[in-house]
Design a protein around this ligand. Sequence first.
Ligand code: AR6
Length: 177
Amino acid sequence: MNELRIEVIQGDITKLKVDAIVNAANSSLMGGGGVDGAIHRAAGPKLKEECIKIVMKSGNCRTGEAVITGGCNLLSKYVIHTVGPVYKDGMSKESELLGNAYKNSLRLGVENKIKSIAFPNISTGIFGYPKKPAAEIAVSTVLEFLRKDDSIEKVIFVCFDYENFNIYKSILDKITE
Ligand code: AR6
């Protein structure tokens, strides 16, 4: 069952030992606040160096797309940097772009043979995406991906705040009922 490959926890994503953690980055990939700042601090300066190389070679990472670097000082082997949408009015393709951020992160993970991946609640902090619809998109996009892919063994949604944790738990409980 695909649902059993999905887990939700409350905590700090930088502490996880998984094949890849996903970063809610911005297009410049130069770090920032929120989870992006936490990941760069925990990974050390080498992470930014790798990001600079990517931007120099391929340009900025567009909204909904994803790139991969090593995990540097983190316990995870890789960091997948994706850029979620800034929430405007809900009519500016935000849901499609948020789904793309999850999908493209998973695709990149599969290409790099990862088995376990942890996601933060992309776009729901500084980018202002309402938490419940964001969680629904995250869960449905991951479920749809796992239906077609059997290489990823575990997807962990890491919620920093209790509100998001509760939202994810109730969505997942409904699916597995
Ligand atoms: N572990 C897990 N989740 C965390 C952590 C952590 N250590 N720290 C924060 N969160 P945000 P966004 C949660 O603002 O909305 C940056 O400046 C947080 O509570 O980090 O996609 C980038 O450079 C929230 O639920 O990302 C971009 O400019 C979630 O992570 C911009 O923010 C996402 O919040 C991206 O904004």
